[in-house]
Design a protein around this ligand. Structure first.
Ligand SMILES: [Cu+2]
Length: 333
């Protein structure tokens, strides 16, 4: 019995669809999702994976069938039929990708918006050159809030137009925690403006609305935490922003995703997502450690000491006895 080709085509279509749908959800290519925003990105990725697998099977299936079915038979040296132009087919293979690409475009823009994506065209900072010059000269500890003197006064929230801002439901609300991040060859420096702590690691409490303000001191870097599905270029002289909600306690890698120099590959840091209590105690520890360092720093700072205090540690080393004094002042006799 011969199966009509339309039924065969339909069965193949159903099979390809089922395989693509299954693989699109079970590819296991993504690391664990550790932020509230990650599931949306995964949704987009899975959709593209589903379409990609379907197209892959379709294209390679047709190739395989053609290779087997239309192979040259023994003793057949004739030319193949010279046919060209299949108008309906051409319409199909032009329209189908167009619809798919448009759909993915609209879908991804929708996700970017719902995550709080910022409009790069809204970035009106005319003071880029001045602020760049200023950033170069500033010390590592320079804060990201440094604004160039002669730059036009712009509302800070208007100036930041790179990255991901507050999700629509958090719009207008200040974030629970703000961390300023400075990228430099070859490290990330994390400062916590509220508590004055600075660190080489990112520590954030779970399920809180976290805002990262990102800047670069020297060259382009890119801040990337794969588990949060967030990546943002950091640009000297500009501040970019990432706002998100970490939702899994754990330790994640912070990667620089922009080739920034010879030791770019070593530009790594760790992001710790803590429970709120653990985070509070970490902040406290850091504050105690930094005040201790500060006290030590004051103790060796000569400006803050009287001459006696300053010389005290040295006096012990100078062995003064009457004979040496005599030698020092021979003219007094
Ligand atoms: Cu880098």
């Amino acid at each position: 019995m011969n199966i009509p080709s339309s039924i065969l085509t339909m069965l193949v279509g159903i099979g390809v669809t089922l395989i693509s749908l299954w693989y699109g959800q079970n590819h296991g290519l993504m690391p664990i999702a550790a932020s509230a925003q990650a599931s949306q990105i995964d949704g987009l990725f899975n959709t593209m994976m589903t379409l990609g697998v379907g197209l892959f099977i379709l294209v390679h299936g047709v190739l395989l069938v053609a290779v087997i079915k239309y192979r040259r038979r023994e003793g057949d040296n004739t030319d193949g039929p010279a046919w060209h132009d299949n108008f309906p087919l051409e319409i199909l293979w032009t329209a189908l990708p167009a619809v798919i690409i448009l759909g993915i475009g609209v879908y991804s823009f929708e996700i970017y918006n719902s995550m709080g994506g910022l409009d790069p065209m809204g970035n009106h900072d005319h003071g880029t050159m001045q602020s760049h010059a200023k950033m170069r000269g500033s010390a590592i500890a320079g804060t990201l809030s440094d604004t160039p003197q002669n730059a036009p006064q712009i509302q800070p929230e208007k100036q930041i137009a790179l990255g991901v801002g507050a999700a629509p439901e958090n719009e207008g609300k200040p974030a629970d925690l703000v961390v300023n991040i400075m990228g430099l060859q070859y490290a990330w420096i994390f400062t916590y403006p509220e508590s004055g702590v600075s660190s080489g690691e990112l520590h954030i409490p779970v399920n809180s609305d976290v805002q990262l303000n990102l800047g670069a001191q020297d060259v382009l870097h890119a801040f990337w935490i794969p588990e949060f599905r967030l990546k943002q270029d950091v640009i000297p002289g500009r501040t970019s922003e990432l706002r998100f909600t970490p939702n899994k306690v754990g330790e994640y890698r912070v990667v620089c995703a922009e080739l920034c120099g010879a030791y770019h590959g070593a530009m790594k840091a760790v992001a710790f997502v803590h429970t709120q209590e653990d985070f509070d105690s970490w902040i406290k520890e850091q504050q105690i450690a930094s005040t201790q360092n500060l006290e030590e720093a004051v103790a060796v700072n000569p400006d803050k000491l009287s001459d006696g205090e300053f010389l005290a540690p040295y006096v012990r080393d100078i062995k003064i006895n009457p004979e040496s004094l005599e030698q020092l002042h021979p003219t007094h006799h």
